[in-house]
Design a protein around this ligand. Structure first.
Ligand SMILES: Nc1nc2c(ncn2[C@@H]2O[C@H](COP(=O)(O)OP(=O)(O)OP(=O)(O)O)[C@@H](O)[C@H]2O)c(=O)[nH]1
Ligand SMILES: [Mg+2]
Length: 486
């Protein structure tokens, strides 16, 4: 038996038994998670009463994540290969919905007559019920059918004229399609999104009520972003330069709308759009602000942490997309594990990070310094990173702290945003490339005999093409420098 199969004294049969047991535990965890999530649903077939609190749901979710992480780690240590996904989740959900449409045919008057006579009035009623449900299912099916990123191939062709790095992304797209690596489509789509918009994105993150929207209002010299003492921001809001102040709202199933900024809270806040019941997918705010002229986009995000509401998931989905993440730590709440996780996630996503301690007006200068030192020490000891840490405030004379930070840190940083955007893009494409090479290598290890001659050649060729990626990007970077200097 080879070292591969015999790890830490566990033989092949032990490994298989651990795998089957873990797989069963994983299924039970999914059921536990589903039970908690389903307790508040309006389903007429609910199995359980809703005795959960938001905190219990969040803690359950977090622990299930940790149990799954532990199982994954143990499997890695014991050389037990994880399952490769069979298909994308969106595709699987679309298939379920197709079966919903088919099942509704059970309710045609003809089928119902098999269960007893049916008056024409009852038959009409039945047609109405079916049409209503079928209409809703069909809408959802159309929405999922559009896919998260549209047709990747078509978008790549449209971008084809703009740069050499597109060649690398085209190669990646081909490999994803050829090897069914559906799990990477989302990341590729996100990278294309970024290239299409060509903006440098600064995301502002932090726990609920840490002052994210207030900070952005202050630095952009506006009051359009809604603020408040309870969770407010519900949808990530992108703010960029435009000749006039207005907002664009995109919806999952309806046409986009342009609205006056005064109406922004109708869509962007937890109070007026609770749980995002209006199905807003994106919010763009245009402002004629001087500070946006350089082509930087700021993104206000829903708060994270134990008090977070539904929008937090959107923040987590958005996070890997930004180029610079400003993480706000509320001085009055202190540093929490959630803050460290956000900083870590930014580094992992290849974004730069800056840390701000907000509401510094509530503390004396000596206490602020102590807090900065404490946060720096924690970032260093727990994450081994050393981002800049500043204390800021937007209140009264202490707002000078915010102005100083903006002028001495953020403005010079953003001045290099052309170069920074390219470097950030390069890091992000680099990490996608590494992940795909890893997935291909795992496939090869798992079943070398299953790979036919042709696809083995394709794999080598693909791996080689991906490894050449940095060189192609270097060249693209050079070209962009030249273009920027003219
Ligand atoms: N003392 C003080 N209070 C502040 C400061 N910045 C914001 N606040 C207050 O903190 C509260 C939360 O501010 P928001 O800007 O809504 O916070 P947020 O992080 O955007 O909150 P969510 O969108 O709900 O996650 C409000 O009551 C603000 O007035 C500050 O510098 N000093
Ligand atoms: Mg906010």
């Amino acid at each position: 038996m080879s070292d591969e199969t015999e790890a830490h004294g566990f033989g092949e049969h032990h490994q298989r038994h651990v795998r089957t047991t873990f797989q069963y535990i994983d299924k039970l965890l999914s059921e536990a998670e589903h039970t908690m999530a389903d307790a508040g649903s309006p389903s007429p077939f609910r199995m359980h009463s809703d005795d959960t609190t938001p905190i219990q749901r969040k803690v359950t979710h977090d622990y299930i994540l940790r149990i799954r992480e532990a199982m994954r780690r143990v499997m890695e240590e014991l050389n037990i290969p994880p399952s490769e996904p069979h298909s994308g989740a969106v595709w699987a959900a679309a298939i379920n919905l197709m079966f919903c449409s088919i099942s509704l045919n059970e309710l045609t008057p003809e089928r119902m007559r098999a269960y007893g006579p049916l008056s024409s009035e009852a038959a009409d009623r039945l047609d109405g019920i079916r049409a209503e449900l079928d209409g809703l299912v069909a809408k959802l099916r159309t929405f999922l059918g559009k896919g998260a990123g549209g047709d990747l191939q078509q978008r790549l062709q449209q971008l084809g004229k703009t740069g050499d790095e597109i060649r690398l992304l085209s190669e990646i797209e081909r490999i994803i399609a050829a090897h069914g690596l559906v799990e990477f489509r989302g990341t590729l789509s996100m990278l294309l999104d970024r290239m299409e918009s060509a903006a440098f994105e600064v995301g502002v993150f932090g726990r609920v009520s840490s002052g994210k929207s207030s900070l952005l209002n202050y630095i952009l010299q506006t009051d359009v972003l809604p603020i408040g003492v309870t969770p407010v921001t519900a949808i990530p809001t992108r703010i960029s330069h435009g000749p006039m102040a207005e907002a664009g709202i995109e919806f999952a199933e309806a046409q986009p709308e342009i609205i006056p900024l005064l109406e922004l809270s109708e869509f962007a806040t937890e109070q007026k759009n609770p749980g995002n019941k209006k199905h807003v997918t994106r919010i763009f705010v245009k402002l004629p602000s001087e500070r946006l002229r350089e082509g930087v986009t700021f993104v206000d995000t829903p708060g994270l942490g134990s008090l977070a509401v539904a929008g937090a998931e959107e923040t987590i989905a958005y996070l890997p997309r930004c180029d610079l993440g400003i993480v706000l730590i509320d001085a009055s709440a202190g540093l929490a594990q959630d803050d460290l996780i956000v900083v870590q996630a930014l580094y992992q996503a290849g974004a730069s990070a800056m840390v701000l301690i907000s509401k510094a007006d509530l503390f004396s200068p000596a206490d602020r310094e102590q807090m900065i030192a404490y946060v720096k020490a924690n970032l260093r000891s727990q994450l081994h990173v050393e981002p800049a840490v500043h204390a800021v405030s937007i209140v009264g004379a202490n707002a000078a702290l915010c102005d100083r930070w903006f002028e001495s840190e953020l403005r010079p940083f953003l001045a290099q945003h052309h170069e920074l955007a390219i470097a950030s893009q390069k890091r992000k494409i680099g990490s996608l490339r590494e992940a795909i090479v890893g997935a291909l290598e795992r496939t090869l290890q798992a079943a070398p005999e299953a790979i036919s001659g042709d696809s083995a050649i394709l794999s080598n060729e693909a791996t080689e093409a991906l490894r050449n990626g940095d060189r192609i990007l270097e060249r693209a970077q050079g070209e962009c420098y030249a273009a920027g200097n003219h």
